[in-house]
Ligand binder design. Structure first.
Ligand SMILES: Nc1ncnc2c1ncn2[C@@H]1O[C@H](COP(=O)(O)OP(=O)(O)O)[C@@H](O)[C@H]1O
Ligand SMILES: [Mg+2]
Length: 414
């Protein structure tokens, strides 16, 4: 029985990877921090791991110590592959797999898939179309660089190393830039593991157009892009994701442009064995700009949407590639699926959520905050209180049914 080391099963891809490994007859060793396991894992996930996996504790805030401990463990347990379900750990996966001689990405370039400042440099070096990007340690430095580069408002300000739209702002004045800069630099440890983060703030040209995501599967250096899908975000100063629809309704020529850009970006960032989640914009002139790429599975239950819409299980594919097996990439379905997040009108204490599931197309729904729980004002992805997943034959039907389902929901906040 092959053995898989899974670094951090928290986040919504952990369960998908555990299920895929079980279906493939793979033994899993889950690695996390003891406090994170006790305080952050849902009871369902804790039970799944206790019943079907081994559990090992480490301290990811000490990456050198974790690397030593896990390399030793992997050798003792004859581990055949390493994956992560937490984007911050993808550089550690690359170092571990290189150390152990297992399938994985180039460790010397792994940080470019995680750190937006380093990513931008790699995109420039490889001629990948991306927004003009500057980086600064202080706000004074940011203003000087913006002026020297001739960047004009609107401008995007973001932390080098966060995720979930946290600290990302679209700014339109010097005052807004200064405020956004301070916000982007205000959390320099990744929670809950306390991993130290790059203090540089990234300042970017704002790219218009329409945004999409695309998954790219790379096995032994051969890249296969999946279908591009819609990524819906709010359009003000904050860009929270409010939904995804798989696939996007696009002409073949646009699909090809997005797929070629995603494959080129994955190559530029040293992805040879694994999955890449790419976010990119399609401009009216038919060109693209890559917003970011992570060497990870997509979040937001896109694994379930892709499985439903196309019959491709990206979690299974990720496990197969990590173990050096040929990935199952043949689509077995040609339908559509979408997710929409429930976001409160403002921050406060959640009183009630009603009306979920009254639409026939809703396949699944979940409340992720219980009544009485604290909710954040809309802004980043942490403001969500739940979601609905919709299935239908086409993307247009999914979008229509999702709009109807969301319109039926009332969220009350005190
Ligand atoms: N340069 C940009 N131009 C236009 N929109 C952007 C730009 N950078 C980020 N955004 C918007 O903000 C969202 C979050 O930014 P992103 O770089 O993906 O950060 P995160 O890692 O937190 O997801 C993007 O999905 C996109 O909608
Ligand atoms: Mg993003």
């Amino acid at each position: 029985m092959p053995t898989l080391l899974l670094l951090e099963a928290m986040g919504n891809t952990g369960e998908y990877v555990l299920d895929a490994a079980r279906d493939l007859g793979v033994e899993v060793i889950v690695v996390t921090h003891e406090d994170v396991f006790e305080e952050w894992y849902s009871p369902t996930l804790q039970a799944k791991i206790r019943n079907h996996a081994k559990l090992v504790f480490t301290d990811f805030s000490d990456s050198e110590g974790a690397l030593r401990q896990l390399a030793e463990l992997a050798r003792a347990e004859h581990v055949d592959g390493v994956v992560a379900c937490w984007e911050f750990l993808t550089p550690l996966v690359a170092r571990l797999t290189a150390d152990l001689g297992l399938p994985g990405n180039d460790p010397s370039r792994a940080l470019s898939c995680r750190n937006k400042r380093i990513m931008a440099r790699a995109f420039t070096e490889h001629g990948i179309p991306a927004p003009l990007t500057l980086a600064a340690r202080t706000v004074e430095e940011a203003f000087a660089r913006v002026e020297a580069a001739g960047l004009t408002y609107p401008i995007v300000v973001k932390p080098s190393e966060q995720s979930g739209s946290w600290g990302v702002s679209v700014v339109r004045s010097d005052e807004e830039l200064a405020t956004a800069f301070a916000l982007a630099q205000s959390h320099l440890f990744q929670m809950p593991h306390g991993i130290p983060l790059d203090a540089h703030v990234v300042v970017q040209e704002y790219v218009g157009g329409v945004e999409f995501s695309i998954e790219t599967v790379v096995a032994d250096g051969v890249a296969t892009p999946l279908v591009p899908y819609d990524k819906f975000t709010t359009d003000g100063a904050k860009r929270a994701e409010f939904g995804h629809t798989v696939p996007a309704e696009l002409e073949d020529a646009s699909v090809r442009i997005l797929q070629e850009a995603a494959v080129a970006a994955a190559r530029a960032l040293g992805i040879t064995d694994g999955v890449a989640h790419t976010e990119l914009k399609l401009l009216p002139d038919g060109t693209t700009r890559i917003i970011e790429l992570g060497a990870r599975l997509p979040g937001d239950h896109v694994v379930a949407l892709m499985r439903q819409a196309r019959g491709i299980d990206e979690a299974k594919v990720y496990v197969q590639i990590a173990l050096g097996l040929a990935p199952d990439l043949t689509p077995t379905a040609d339908t559509a699926a979408g997710i929409r997040f429930l976001v409160p009108p403002r921050g406060g204490v959640l009183r009630s959520v009603s009306g979920i599931g009254e639409s026939a197309a809703v396949a699944r729904s979940s409340l992720t905050v219980r009544p009485g729980g604290q909710v954040r004002a809309p802004g980043d992805n942490d403001a969500r209180v739940g979601y609905v997943i919709v299935h239908a034959d086409t993307a247009a039907e999914v979008n229509r049914a999702a709009a109807e389902a969301i319109a039926n929901v009332t969220i009350e906040v005190d």
